[in-house]
Design a protein around this ligand. Structure first.
Ligand SMILES: Cc1cc2nc3c(=O)[nH]c(=O)nc-3n(C[C@H](O)[C@H](O)[C@H](O)COP(=O)(O)OP(=O)(O)OC[C@H]3O[C@@H](n4cnc5c(N)ncnc54)[C@H](O)[C@@H]3O)c2cc1C
Length: 331
């Protein structure tokens, strides 16, 4: 009995910004492409982890929120109407005859080449170490903010000292009644310009301090702050606590895919080829000398990976360089 299966030219695994742009670019090169995403939405980290935060370092976009970046990338991809599979977490990649066989649950997806754009892998926010009633999660204790307006006029305490904690503090300062920032070190780890803006803002800094305990006190939270060295406790009352300790990522999956890794990142060549034939990788998932985990860097990697695959799959095809000629060709 013959079973006819669809074999895509390229399967992009991961619908973060980099996978989405790679999918658009594969469409631009007339590849038959499928985009596979494990969660229920496209957009990756910006959409899931910092939808309201502004991004300032994407060429040609003076500022854009994480949410809007996902929306504009989806619009850009839609031009070539790619196949998109959501809630489809790829668990294995096996070499079949002339193609790769990707397994996601009971589904098999076949492609001649794969681009891994799995970013940080499955991500989850790092939890607050202090003991507290987890029934407060999502109500008074927040790990992300989906709508800044929800905190208008509120007293918000933020725990953390990295870029995202500082960005949230600055974003909330004009909206909230009061913002406190609690960090275990004296120095903040943010971009110099953000740290300067923080120091010039009305955000109240509590450093070097730890949250020892957290209780609900009427309609507010009672945060027991302790100096990193010393015993003197300080009580801080706030309507909300935003925990911004960054995210722990789980890319254990990569280890099962028989790809050479360095510190859990995929090693790639200049063409973004991995150690496995027909498997390429781009974005936050990869490492190479000088790699920056930035959206702009990943956007630059995507066309090179797609071009390398197209040369491999269609060596006879002419590769036009500019999008204007490719889009005229397409219509
Ligand atoms: C708080 C914060 C602020 C940031 N601010 C900036 C900034 O201002 N500017 C900037 O350039 N960068 C910023 N970054 C970094 C930026 O978000 C990342 O560089 C970017 O998201 C990487 O994109 P990506 O597509 O490679 O991966 P991701 O965005 O991580 O997307 C990967 C996608 O792959 C999916 N996936 C993973 N494994 C599988 C699987 N097995 N099967 C199917 N799907 C899978 C995931 O669900 C996810 O949707 C920030 C990051 C954080 C956390």
């Amino acid at each position: 009995m013959w079973i006819f299966v669809h074999i895509y030219d390229i399967a992009v695994i991961g619908a973060g910004p980099v996978g989405m742009f790679a999918t658009f670019y594969a469409g631009l090169r007339s590849a038959d492409v499928v985009l596979i995403e494990g969660t229920a939405q496209v957009g990756g980290q910006p959409t899931a982890l910092y939808p309201q935060k502004k991004i300032y370092d994407i060429a040609g976009m003076p500022e854009i929120s994480g949410q809007d970046l996902g929306v504009t990338l989806a619009q850009q991809m839609a031009r070539f109407d790619p196949t998109i599979k959501l809630n489809t977490k790829v668990t294995s990649i096996e070499q079949a005859d002339e193609y790769l066989d990707l397994t996601a649950g009971s589904e098999h997806i076949y492609a001649r080449a794969v681009i891994l754009a799995t970013g940080a892998g499955a991500f989850a926010p790092r939890p607050l170490a202090a003991p507290y009633d987890h029934a407060l999660d999502g109500k008074r204790v927040l790990y992300t903010i989906t709508d800044l307006e929800q905190l208008r006029g509120a007293h918000v305490a933020i725990a953390g000292g990295g870029d995202s904690a500082i960005d949230w503090a600055l974003a909330l300062e004009p909206i909230a009644a009061h913002v406190d920032l609690i960090h275990r070190r004296d120095q903040f780890r943010g971009l110099e310009s953000s740290v300067t803006a923080l120091q010039q803002s009305h955000v109240e800094l509590h450093t070097p301090k730890l949250i020892a305990e957290l209780h609900q006190d009427g309609s507010q939270l009672d945060l027991d702050l302790r100096p990193v060295r010393g015993e003197e406790h300080e009580h801080l009352h706030a309507d909300y606590l935003l925990v911004s300790y960054g995210f722990a990522s789980d890319n254990k999956q990569l280890r099962a895919w028989h790809i050479d890794l360095e510190h859990n990142q995929v090693q790639v060549s200049r063409e973004f080829a991995t150690s496995r034939p027909h498997v390429y990788a781009i974005g936050d998932a990869v490492t190479y000398p000088g790699k920056l985990k930035l959206i702009a860097s990943g956007f630059g990697e995507a066309p090179t990976a797609v071009d390398s695959i197209m040369k491999e799959l269609y060596p006879q095809r002419r590769a036009p360089l500019h999008s204007s000629s490719m889009i005229q060709d397409h219509k």
